[in-house]
Ligand binder design. Sequence first.
Ligand code: KIV
Ligand code: ZN
Length: 515
Amino acid sequence: MKNKEKLIIFDTTLRDGEQSPGASMTKDEKIRIAKALEKMRVDVIEAGFPIASPGDFESVKAVADTITESRVCGLARSLDRDIDRAGEALKGAAAARIHTFLATSPIHMQEKLRMTPDEVIENAARSVKRARNLVDDVEFSPEDAGRSDPDFLCRVIEAVIKAGARTINIPDTVGYNVPDQFGKLIAYLIENTPNSDQAIFSVHCHNDLGLAVANSLSAVLNGARQVECTINGLGERAGNAALEEVVMAVRTRQDIFPCDTDLDTTQIVPCSRLVSGITGFPVQPNKAIVGANAFAHESGIHQDGVLKKRETYEIMRAQDVGWTENRLVLGKHSGRNAFRTRLQELGIEFDSEEELNAAFGRFKELADKKHEIYDDDLQALVTDTNLEAENEQIKLISMRAHVETGEIPQAQAIIWFKGKEIATNSTGAGPVDAIFKAIDKVVKCDAELLLYSVNNITNGTDAIGDVTVRLRHDGQIMNGQGSDTDIVVASAKAYINALNKALKPKERAHPQARV
Ligand code: KIV
Ligand code: ZN
């Protein structure tokens, strides 16, 4: 990064990303993602909203206690109890930040907060002071800044900088802004806030108009030196600015940007896969940087050009963002050491020997069915092992499905539920419908099925099928996943994984709801 200013990357996959309906993550999943972000050298990891629930508090605390190389941040509304809870969760962090926010747009102040502009300024400054008594790094966001009066924003920003905020984050909360105007807003705020030189300006853009990355980059060209983003653009509604797109745009166009990040971009694709695997949000094939087709040259003319000289059609190298060949690695006779070594090369580590043994057992079962095992199979297998461990209340012990031309499809299963094994069976429109109905007879949960989708992880008819099931229960949305070479088994696993989430007690506050 010669003679370049630093662009700070603030990842909010574990906080704003998790606010995406169905993307909620367990503590262990958050730790796995946080470790991957740390490995990628992300500067700040926003680990969650500690006041939301005891589970959210524990997750932020666990990330803070684990991560040593990145700064760990907790979100807090401008409320004393939120700030104190965030401070508590972050106590064990090597480097901590509290991110507090209060809305500044006329509509939010009048309709949501019912506060006058002066009350907002006073409240914001008081919260920042309180947070500064707990940690030495405080960020303030004027929520819905993109629809706020710029001169009022300058007054708010001046007050919170005086109170000790060292990062001022300008959110386009509802994704309303467009690049030229948003860039000018950032330049205006930096120019017209008297003490702006004492803080780093940051941006946090939502993608409702598909402009989150463009707005973020325009802000960077106008003086922002922190971008808040998420892996795969996950986030509330249409999502947040995608980390991989922001980072690679800045890296690829160093002729234009006066700054660069410290990120190890080769970790981008592994991180994208990890987040997609954990949340069950697939990455569209034509997604920039991390989509399966992002570096695939199908047209003959393009391929010819690329073969002659790569730069004719490629502006980035696939290896630089972590695409590796989907290597044929292991088979039936591969031993435990070969299995462990390849997983380590893929950046997958186990917390205990028992977890490694469980995954190795599954690998042997898979190798009996599928002779050639690729990296992608290994990733799916490990995700599936972790998903199984997550299923606390309901487990699939065994199942069989029967389909025959002219006969009604049937399924039978043994399900572990409420501490005992229960046999069940049903008929259905097809084998998947039959096994879902058989499970329903045991679990009796009134969840509504919103989505059922199957993806092939590797090529071929012996490939692992990865199934996602999305349910709505008690007004909340949850995703379940399962993988297996038999897609009926994968479907049953995915349904059971989603039902386990549906049956967990959920008491969770949303950060943008004022209580
Ligand atoms: O979109 C938003 O305004 C937020 C804030 C909490 C920064 O997520
Ligand atoms: Zn947001």
